[in-house]
Design a protein around this ligand. Structure first.
Ligand code: RRO
Length: 336
């Protein structure tokens, strides 16, 4: 049975869809995600890998060994944005806080300058968009609807650093309204990027599914802050607060992916603190269909490829995870 058949069955059969999709998800190889064929389950988290800058740095070697099975763009807005004032980053013991604030060149220049460059990547392109109101997001989605370079769209309703974007994703009713405005504007797959900064990500996911989303992705960053080391009472980040990512959020991502999987049948892109194939394997076990790698790519731009290879090794060894040693247990003498 081909992956295509299994994938379409997974979307239509209420009885056995979950089992079919889940058995596909647990493997490390070629698969279909929203009808898009991917070589493996590892993608980048939006805004964590600049493929255009990486191509300048590494040349065509980047295309020969592209680290991800699909490329997700940094968020695009209708008008250009300068982003938040510096400083924009703070390193944590187990990750970092960003307060980037969505700097981007706006839709027109993205279409003219970045889209042709991103279309040269050897993998499907997913464009991430954000607007301050449903109609603005609908305009962005409509602009990409007929672009054959674009395989799917991700709706960013979860940026912790821009208030308007987050409002639409923190409440199931607002998310439903967004989908109602956007869904009629494109036949392309729509992925809703969920926030962990709300009462119930699973309720938002369910609303997205009921109103026509094809998939959800989670988690975006968790709101956090760092104090200025030399100015008592002042925040370090120019934006005041920022989004926490990296190993610090991994356990939260795992729990939220599991909770969302229990509420929706559509595919899930799970992400949050993934550094190894073992971490990716855990997210797949929790119910994700694909796994996003984000903060780890800042440390190692080839992390996506390494994690995909480690995951393949784990799958080849029937789920035995080799990159995490067994925890040692205290010996208990028999018969004592
Ligand atoms: O640009 C950002 O500050 C940003 C975005 Br759009 C996002 O979705 N998540 C994040 O942590 N930072």
């Amino acid at each position: 049975m081909s992956f295509a058949l299994r994938s379409s069955q997974a979307r239509t059969s209420k009885e056995d869809g979950f089992a079919l999709r889940s058995s596909q998800a647990r493997t490390s190889g070629r698969r279909y995600f929203c009808g898009i064929e991917l070589a493996h389950p590892i993608v980048n988290g939006s805004g964590t890998f600049d493929a255009i800058a990486a191509r300048r740095a590494f040349g065509d070697a980047l295309l020969d060994e592209f680290p991800f099975a699909a490329f997700v763009s940094k968020t695009v807005t209708l008008a250009p944005r300068r982003g938040n004032p510096p400083p924009r980053l703070w390193e944590l013991g187990a990750g970092m806080i960003n307060s980037i604030g969505l700097p981007n060149k706006g839709l027109d220049r993205f279409l003219a300058e970045d889209l042709p460059a991103l279309a040269e990547l050897p993998v499907p392109l997913i464009v991430n968009v954000m607007g301050s109101a449903p109609e603005e997001v609908a305009t962005l989605v409509a602009a990409f609807a007929e672009r054959e370079e674009v395989a799917a769209l991700e709706l960013n309703v979860s940026c912790p650093n821009v208030k308007t974007g987050l409002l639409m994703g923190a409440d199931p009713g607002e998310t439903a309204g967004l989908l109602d405005a956007v869904r009629p504007r494109t036949a392309k797959p729509l992925i809703v990027k969920l926030t962990p900064n709300c009462a119930s990500p699973a309720a938002v996911a369910a609303a997205a599914e009921q109103h026509g989303a094809d998939a959800v992705s989670l988690i975006n960053t968790l709101r956090g802050m760092a104090m200025h080391p030399r100015r008592p009472g002042e925040p370090w980040l120019g934006g005041g607060t920022g989004g926490v990512s990296g190993p610090a959020v991994r356990a939260i991502a795992l729990a939220q992916v599991r909770e969302v999987r229990e509420r929706v049948r559509i595919p899930i892109v799970g992400m949050g603190g993934v550094q190894t194939g073992g971490h990716a394997s855990d997210l797949l076990d929790a119910g994700a269909d694909l796994v996003g790698v984000g903060t780890e790519s800042f440390r190692d731009p080839r992390a996506g490829a390494r994690i995909a290879a480690e995951l393949q090794q784990i799958t080849a060894n029937s789920g035995v995870i080799h990159d995490a040693p067994e925890p040692t247990r205290p010996r208990v003498a028999q018969g004592d």
